[in-house]
Design a protein around this ligand. Structure first.
Ligand SMILES: Nc1ncnc2c1ncn2[C@@H]1O[C@H](COP(=O)(O)OP(=O)(O)OP(=O)(O)O)[C@@H](O)[C@H]1O
Length: 116
């Protein structure tokens, strides 16, 4: 049980460390508050909430993984290295793919409620 509490603390600390330095993560958290607000405002269905929660959780997790990869690359390779660049750029592109998917999901859920 103690071990479980410790790993939970480490995970929260990891989130705090990433949040402090990563502007993108701050933007995702702000977007989360806005989306949740409109979720309540438009009284979206439980299926829509489920999809939204998966989308938000996936996006924030992708950003945290990207940050972890960036830090690992910085630790391993301080100088310019083409493979370090590839690792960072590929991790960043994973976030971009998820962000595009998230925007599309947001449009599918909210646009009909705004337009109609
Ligand atoms: N050691 C390295 N070797 C080669 N290219 C690197 C290296 N470190 C970073 N880069 C490249 O430089 C660019 C900027 O990377 P950097 O990590 O400074 O910023 P970032 O990817 O925007 O992340 P951050 O959230 O830390 O600002 C990226 O294209 C990245 O691939």
């Amino acid at each position: 049980m103690k071990k479980l509490i410790h790993s939970f603390r480490f995970a929260i600390n990891g989130f705090y460390l990433a949040f402090k330095r990563e502007q993108n993560l701050k933007i995702h958290i702000l977007a989360t508050f806005i989306v949740v607000f409109f979720g309540f405002y438009f009284r979206i269905s439980s299926i829509e909430w489920t999809i939204l929660i998966l989308t938000i959780g996936g996006m924030i997790s992708a950003e945290l993984m990207n940050t972890a990869i960036e830090r690992t690359v910085d630790l391993v390779e301080e100088k310019f290295h083409p493979v370090a660049k590839q690792a960072k750029d590929i991790a960043a592109s994973a976030c971009l793919v998820y962000a595009i998917a998230s925007v599309l999901i947001g449009c599918i859920i909210f646009l009909p409620k705004i337009v109609l």
